[in-house]
Design a protein around this ligand. Structure first.
Ligand code: SF4
Ligand code: SF4
Ligand code: FES
Length: 236
């Protein structure tokens, strides 16, 4: 399998981005964008199609198993985890474009600064204030469990028409975590969460559900939204 990896590169946050086309060849069907990036960086001698040295491509990764969310980037126009994007998907076309997520400031090459995700969780105070209640409905417990799979990768924010960093609406990444608390905490601990949920999630979500279609953790944001809205709006 021979592919051209078209990588959007930038030496630092201030530099102008430019595309670099890197030929890559493999017989391994299990090769992903992540393993290809790792191979190029490890080798250190790759040349692009113009004969220039590729050098080290800056990108984030950890688990390489769809578990940490670090390797989120835009692959062929779609936000995805690089460790879950198999090169064989692009073999017929012969090229694959690889860009950093676009809703966050770029640090270098494919690395973006996603700290706004954590800042938003601080605003919401999305942490436990007491023991979790396991007395709720089984349906709510299952939903909370599903929400706990959120990787905070930011893929959902990339496609969300209503999210922009620093704005009041916090997007699906935050509501996955807040919903989990809303569904698990005892009634007396939900008061503050209800207010922040209404202000930063309920009031801004257009229910377009683009987030559901790209979530690599498979979180059903439609189901989660509708149940969390009900819990936030009504006491029973
Ligand atoms: S449903 Fe639409 S507006 Fe709401 S978080 Fe998902 S993508 Fe954004
Ligand atoms: S909801 Fe899904 S897409 Fe959004 S941050 Fe969590 S895991 Fe990523
Ligand atoms: S490296 Fe952890 S999800 Fe891809």
């Amino acid at each position: 399998m021979k592919l051209i990896l078209k990588i959007l590169r930038r030496i630092n946050a201030e530099a102008e981005p430019c595309w670099q086309s890197v030929p890559f060849e493999t017989d391994d069907e299990s090769e992903t964008v992540a393993t290809a990036l790792a191979a190029i960086c490890d080798d250190g001698h790759f040349l692009d199609t113009a004969g220039h040295a590729v050098g080290v491509i800056r990108w984030e990764h950890s688990c390489l198993q769809k578990k940490c969310g670090a390797c989120a980037m835009v692959i062929d126009g779609r936000p995805r985890l690089a460790c879950d994007a198999f090169l064989r998907e692009f073999s017929r076309k012969g090229t694959v474009s690889i860009e950093p997520l676009r809703k966050f400031p770029v640090v270098a090459d494919l690395i973006v600064d996603r700290s706004i995700l954590y800042e938003n969780l601080k605003v919401i105070k999305a942490w436990m204030h007491g023991d979790a209640a396991s007395t709720g409905k089984a349906e709510d417990r299952n939903l909370a469990f599903e929400a706990s799979r959120c990787l905070l990768c930011g893929c959902c924010l990339e496609v969300c028409p209503n999210f922009a960093p620093g704005e009041r609406f916090f997007g699906a990444a935050s509501f996955s975590i807040v919903s989990r608390l809303l569904l698990e905490l005892p009634e007396e601990s939900r008061k503050e969460l209800r207010k922040t949920y209404m202000r930063h999630i309920y009031a801004g979500c257009g229910k377009s559900l683009a987030c559901r279609d790209v979530c690599p953790a498979g979180i059903d944001t439609e189901k989660l939204l509708s149940r969390s809205n009900a819990v936030a709006l009504f006491r029973r």
